[in-house]
Design a protein around this ligand. Structure first.
Ligand code: AMP
Ligand code: MG
Length: 488
């Protein structure tokens, strides 16, 4: 691997150098060969032979320089002060096959100076959820952290019950969170200039071409965040804990806790059991992204040339960027050109889904059967299931809508529409029930279901023989929602 450990060269107040605390008897959970190849991990015999020991914290290769990072954050809208890597270590940074810098971060690696009341560990169930979600989003084409693999162990971890400790080697283009800057502003303000230079040179080098690199950088963070959240909305992803310490400065999805993929369409859906006010409900995500950036940006006023007015100019494009990306994506999901008529149809369609609590993923995919039934036998089943769920009144709304939709589709190239719809409407997303089945089996030492679901999510837009009905089955319309707890 081509190591490029640069974070460790920054001011020592920003991190704590330390080794992981080994897990007892670490064993294979899963290994992502594609990620390993991309990193150059597979070319190193030692890394390949000892990956379980490395993830179990038993062995640290000589080139690794593990450290825990300091950061702070706003949690649920409140200033939370210092947080930091309480259970994860940045193990190494490497240049991948695309010359993209990637962080290797071991989550579940034991106590650090930032552990506060926690035990520094991660349990198997949350490790599996994070592992599968990073994989799912990446394969769906959404900017996200992913993982090299994970191990399970005999280390006992106390949550509501005693559970098995696990560790996951997270791979992300950066682990710098909005909260890093908040920490610096509070605890080491003299470092802001150096740290901003580091963020620009490492992650946004193109901003050096601007007359005002800092402002160009800030605007780029705003735009990448807006695009990431538009992608979430389009795929029906709810992050669940959009605190400023969980948002990356690169606009990549980071920190999977009580996340979820939309099933029966309800924009007010709250996946996080602890989110009583619904702050992080699916429909609030775009506004929360803006809220987070708005609280983050003023810290840069300490730097030359950054004023309240210039910051306002950086933040202003957030909404337009989000809208452009979201609306374009929504039209694409319907196979229609990005124009006013298409958007009208799209919003009526979403209302139909909401009023009838239809499954978000299946319903979009079902539309392929409407425009090209001969080529889409699976989608015909989805369409039949969908229309069966409509009451007579809704049937009429659907009939009227589908006639107008088909009339619009006639105006465009059907081949292009099919191609757009097939590549933006997945068949498989990580439904909570799927993750749950994987977890129940894995907790009994059975990893076949994990392997199967992992392979399924590797090609989310393609029908696969290994799929079972449960992979695409939404919960009953009014089924109580399975609460996803924060204790992970
Ligand atoms: P999260 O809600 O997972 O984003 O975590 C918020 C903060 O709590 C971060 O600083 C984490 O490192 C820390 N944290 C979460 N779980 C643990 C744990 N089991 N032990 C130590 N720190 C933790
Ligand atoms: Mg976090």
């Amino acid at each position: 691997m081509r190591y490029q450990n640069t974070y460790v060269k920054l001011d020592t107040r920003l991190y704590h150098k330390q080794l992981p605390n080994p897990l007892d008897n670490p064993r294979i959970g899963h290994f992502n060969n594609q990620v390993a190849e991309q990193l150059g991990w597979t070319e190193d015999v030692d890394l390949m032979a000892r990956w379980v020991d490395i993830l179990g914290g038993q062995y640290v290769p000589a080139e690794f320089q593990p450290l825990s990072m300091a950061y702070a954050g706003h949690q649920f809208g409140q200033w939370a002060g210092q947080l930091g890597d309480g259970r994860g270590l940045l193990m190494a940074q490497v240049l991948d096959k695309n010359n993209q810098l990637q962080d290797l971060h071991l989550k579940g690696a034991g106590l650090t100076p930032y552990s506060r009341m926690g035990d520094g560990r991660a349990v198997l169930r949350s490790t599996i959820r994070e592992y599968l979600c990073g994989h799912a989003l990446t394969q769906l084409g959404i900017a996200s952290s992913n993982a090299l693999g994970f191990v399970v162990s005999d280390t006992k971890v106390r949550r509501e019950r005693i559970e098995a400790g696990a560790a996951l080697m997270r791979v992300a283009d950066s682990h710098i969170r909005l909260g890093h800057v908040e920490w610096i502003a509070s605890f080491a303000p003299d470092l802001l200039g150096e740290f901003t230079d580091y963020m620009i040179d490492t992650y946004y080098p193109e901003c050096r071409d601007s007359d005002t690199p800092v402002l160009a950088f800030l605007q780029a963070v705003v735009e990448r965040t807006a695009r990431m959240i538009a992608d979430w909305q389009l795929i029906g992803f709810a992050h669940g804990v959009m605190n400023t310490d969980n948002l990356s400065i690169t606009g990549s999805t980071l920190d999977f806790g009580p996340f979820g993929f939309m099933e029966r369409f309800n924009p007010a859906w709250i996946n996080n059991h602890s989110d009583h006010s619904g702050r992080y409900a699916y429909q609030n995500q775009p506004a929360i992204g803006h809220w987070n950036l708005n609280i983050w940006l003023p810290h840069f006023m300490r730097l030359d040339g950054v004023t309240r007015e210039t910051l306002a100019d950086c933040l202003a494009p957030y909404e337009a960027t989000f809208m452009q990306h979201y609306q374009q994506g929504l039209c694409r999901k319907l196979g229609l050109p990005h124009q006013r008529e298409s958007l009208g149809l799209a919003f009526e369609w979403l209302t139909l889904l909401e009023d009838n609590l239809l499954d978000y993923t299946n319903s979009f995919r079902a539309l392929l059967a409407l425009i090209a039934p001969d080529q889409h036998s699976y989608e015909q089943q989805l369409l039949a299931t969908m229309t069966d769920e409509l009451n007579p009144e809704a049937q009429q709304v659907w009939q009227a809508w589908s006639m107008r939709y088909l009339a619009q589709i006639q105006q465009v190239s059907i081949t292009q529409a099919i191609e757009e719809m097939q590549t933006s409407n997945p068949i498989y997303v990580l439904r909570n029930s799927m993750a749950q089945r994987v977890i129940v089996a894995a907790e009994q030492g059975q990893f076949e279901e994990l392997n199967r679901v992992f392979d399924l999510l590797a090609k989310p837009y393609t029908r696969q023989d290994s799929a079972i009905d449960l992979d695409t089955l939404p919960p009953a319309p009014y089924a109580p929602q399975m609460p996803i707890s924060c204790s992970s």
